[in-house]
Design a protein around this ligand. Structure first.
Ligand SMILES: [Zn+2]
Length: 344
């Protein structure tokens, strides 16, 4: 299959379940963002259900879950909650659902670490978190007003996650989870988040891809405040290339937008897009510039504060990749802001 083809399912309405493969149900949850929904999947485990991703920790999400639990799960319990990764739209309601259903949480070790960072924003480590984040934003070239606004966003995000269970079960690369009569293989990828888990059923020919492969939009790959020197784009590109080993006719169930076929075509498209952007960034560095100046050149539109954070993190991911390849160089200017330029 040489093109991305949307699977011919109607989109389930709010609080409805749609079977997209035997024993695999699709549930949409609302999100109060530009991207206004997340897809969750519920897997039939014969005497109960396994939930993959949970939605935000807010009242809208909890209301949908209450409806689903009360009327759509045939009176069978949720036995397990699996998270692809710890971004807020996936993990927010997880702690609540685990408690509500008395179900264990399954998550990779890397995502567990990320999850706990949400609680640093307003917890005992809040001063340390604020200092690290502000210094990071300053180095990107943000002014104080932008930086203060983004700190407010961090605080807002941290209110959308329920406390997690103290004990969790660890998802590991290549481990196999038996659900119903099916085996689901865990495939861990890095770059979009610390250790993102996809689930693959060879028997069904289905990949639950989380945010690792989306049909149209490209997942954000950002350098984060706590790891300013990281090179997430390198591991991201490797992760995308590895998924090409899956069969060409795999049905991909993404966390956003619609299920699709054409996994390899989508992966090739994503890899090409990233390499094009890297070239564009390298060329932009013919004039010395800060990360924020680069974001202005690359995104060419007015960015909200949240988009500015994503754009800054993503531009730095491109620059750190080019730094590692010795295609650009960087220094801190007198104001303590990073400046990138092409190597002489
Ligand atoms: Zn994500």
């Amino acid at each position: 299959m040489n093109a991305v083809v949307t699977a011919e399912f109607s989109v389930p309405g709010a609080g409805e379940l749609l079977e997209v493969a035997p024993g695999v149900l699709w549930l949409r949850m609302p999100l109060p963002f530009d991207l206004d929904h997340i897809n969750l999947y519920i897997l039939d485990d014969i005497d109960g259900w396994v939930v993959v991703d949970c939605g935000l920790g807010n009242s809208d999400t909890r209301a949908v879950w209450e409806k689903v639990i009360a009327s759509l799960l045939d009176g069978k319990p949720v036995k397990k909650v699996i998270l692809t990764h710890a971004h807020i739209d996936h993990i927010g309601a997880a702690g609540w659902l685990c408690q509500r259903a008395e179900a264990p949480l399954w998550i990779t070790a890397g995502e567990q670490v990320t999850a706990h960072e949400y609680f640093q924003v307003s917890g005992d480590d809040s001063d340390h978190f604020a200092a690290t984040a502000k210094s990071f934003l300053h180095r990107l070239g943000m002014n104080n007003k932008q930086s203060e606004g983004i700190m407010g966003i961090f605080t807002g995000i941290s209110t959308l996650i329920h406390p997690l269970p103290e004990d969790t079960c660890e998802l590991q690369e290549n481990s196999v989870i038996n659900i119903g009569n099916l085996e689901w293989q865990v495939i861990i990828s890095e770059g979009h988040s610390e250790a993102h888990a996809c689930l693959y059923s060879e028997a069904l020919g289905v990949l639950i891809s989380g945010d690792q492969v989306l049909p149209r939009i490209s997942s954000n790959v950002s350098v984060r405040p706590g790891k300013p020197e990281a090179n997430p784009l390198l591991t991201w590109l490797d992760s995308l290339a590895r998924l090409k080993a899956l069969p060409a006719d795999t049905l991909v169930l993404p966390a956003h937008e619609r299920p699709f076929y054409g996994l390899r075509a989508r992966l090739t498209g994503l890899l090409d897009e990233h390499h094009d952007t890297l070239l564009q960034v390298e060329q932009a560095c013919s004039e010395p510039l800060t990360v924020m100046q680069l974001a202005g050149l690359i995104y060419k539109r007015k960015l909200s504060l949240f988009d500015l954070l994503l754009a800054g993190g993503e531009c730095l991911a491109n620059l750190n990749y080019l730094l590692a390849e010795k295609r650009v160089q960087s220094h801190l200017n007198d104001a303590g802001v990073l400046v990138f330029s092409q190597r002489p």
